[in-house]
Design a protein around this ligand. Structure first.
Ligand code: SF4
Length: 112
């Protein structure tokens, strides 16, 4: 700790320039999922809801409800259905209203 303090005094600012400039490490951070609606069937959505440990995903009729505020970006949903879920790459998720963090994703019917 002392070493870093002395190093900071010698070199000046030693933190990144974020948020004034994008941080290169952002590309490696875990982020909440993004969904491919065309690949989301009722069966897949039910599996995703059962997989999610934080309750961020739930089925409501023919809609998959995604509460981004509950998501821990664990990646289990993407691992369970890689054809329907991918990483969003978005980690700046501050919002002034809780309701804007809740997404409703319509499900398509089962494949014939
Ligand atoms: S990343 Fe994890 S917490 Fe977030 S929706 Fe997927 S399973 Fe749930």
């Amino acid at each position: 700790m002392t070493l870093w303090f002395i190093r900071g005094l010698r070199r000046g600012v030693v933190t990144t320039r974020y948020p004034a400039r994008p941080d290169a490490s952002a590309g490696f951070l875990p982020s909440p999922p993004a969904f491919r609606p065309r690949a989301l069937t009722q069966t897949t959505a039910a599996r995703l809801a059962a997989t999610c440990p934080s309750g961020a995903l739930r089925l409501d009729g023919d809609v998959l409800v995604f509460d981004v505020g509950r998501c821990t970006a664990c990646g289990r949903c993407a691992a369970a259905a890689p054809d329907a879920v991918t990483s969003s790459g978005a980690f700046e998720l501050a919002a002034s209203s809780r309701s804007v963090l809740i997404k409703q994703i319509p499900l398509r019917g089962e494949a014939p």
